[in-house]
Design a protein around this ligand. Structure first.
Ligand code: SF4
Ligand code: SF4
Length: 293
């Protein structure tokens, strides 16, 4: 007589995890993330100032203080180590990191301009503080200072490669502030940074952030870039309006541009952008229209 197979480890009794079991606990966060990212994208496509500031408020309130969900230099460490989280239990992380990467290849530092809670906080601060407080950084200094963030990125990656100390992120990123957990020196450093940001627009993002530097490097692949007119060579209205030092004459510096829309709204404004008036003039004189460069 054939004996029934014995299952000494009790595997047959183990419940099998279904897709529903994996999704159910993560579904609310996944849905909320998808809604937020969709809203940020719509605000970007519509070039609406009101929707943009609403997206920034959501970034600070929901992504920052409610969920503390930010992409960080620690995620770059993970990629370097190829030590990624288990897919089924980290769907939100994969969705968020995937969106950040894909959006950067498509539009550049869209993440910095609309999704990152700290960048959103400094943009909101910039919008409410009196503009007479602003200190304009001379162009030559600004260009050189923009390289600091790449040096910070190289330094922190070298330090991590040598020590594998993930906690180094606390010295180069202020994102921990959204958890409201930090030591006294960390809060003092953050206070100094925020006060300095009141005078120099987007100081941390422009000059210091190693994640911004990483996304800036990836932005060299950007597929959908901002159009420019041949008049941009001499006009420079957009260059003065850009709060990120990302315009140099007719050129957009993709490593610095965060797709904030400010120049694109100017560019489309037929009252403010000289391109349209020149176009009108040429049309009345029956001269061929100018084309984007
Ligand atoms: S530069 Fe850094 S802090 Fe600023 S928005 Fe980008 S990732 Fe955030
Ligand atoms: S103003 Fe234009 S160039 Fe400057 S960051 Fe915004 S979108 Fe980029």
């Amino acid at each position: 007589m054939i004996q029934p197979e014995v299952d000494p480890w009790g595997f047959d009794e183990q419940p099998v995890e279904t897709l529903a079991d994996v999704l159910a606990p993560q579904a609310p966060d996944l849905m909320a993330l998808a809604l937020f990212l969709a809203f940020a994208y719509v605000s970007f496509r519509r070039k609406s100032v009101r929707l943009k500031y609403l997206a920034l408020v959501l970034a600070v309130g929901y992504m920052g203080f409610t969920k503390s969900t930010l992409i960080s230099i620690t995620d770059v460490f993970r990629l370097v180590d190829r030590d990624l989280p288990v897919f089924r239990s980290a769907l939100v992380w994969y969705a968020f990191a995937g969106f950040t990467l894909v959006s950067t290849v498509l539009w550049g530092r869209f993440y910095c301009g609309r999704v990152c809670a700290f960048g959103a906080l400094t943009q909101l601060t910039d919008a409410v503080l009196p503009s007479r407080w602003r200190v304009e950084v001379p162009r030559a200094i600004e260009r050189r200072a923009a390289w600091i963030k790449f040096a910070v990125l190289a330094g922190v990656l070298a330090y991590y490669a040598a020590t594998h100390n993930v906690l180094v992120y606390r010295y180069v990123e202020p994102f921990w502030m959204f958890t409201l957990v930090g030591t006294t020196p960390m809060w003092i450093g953050l206070g100094v940074l925020l006060v300095a940001t009141a005078f120099v627009r987007n100081l941390y993002c422009r000059f210091l952030c190693p994640l911004g530097a990483t996304l800036g490097i990836i932005s060299n692949l950007t597929m959908f870039r901002i159009k420019r007119w041949s008049e941009c060579q001499t006009c420079r209205i957009c260059q003065k309006a850009c709060g990120w030092g990302a315009i140099d004459g007719p050129k957009i510096l993709v490593t610095e541009c965060v797709r904030c829309d400010d120049c694109e709204r100017l560019y489309a404004d037929q009252q403010k952008c000289p391109h349209w008036r020149i176009l009108d003039y040429r049309a009345t004189k029956k001269v061929l229209p100018l084309r984007p460069v």
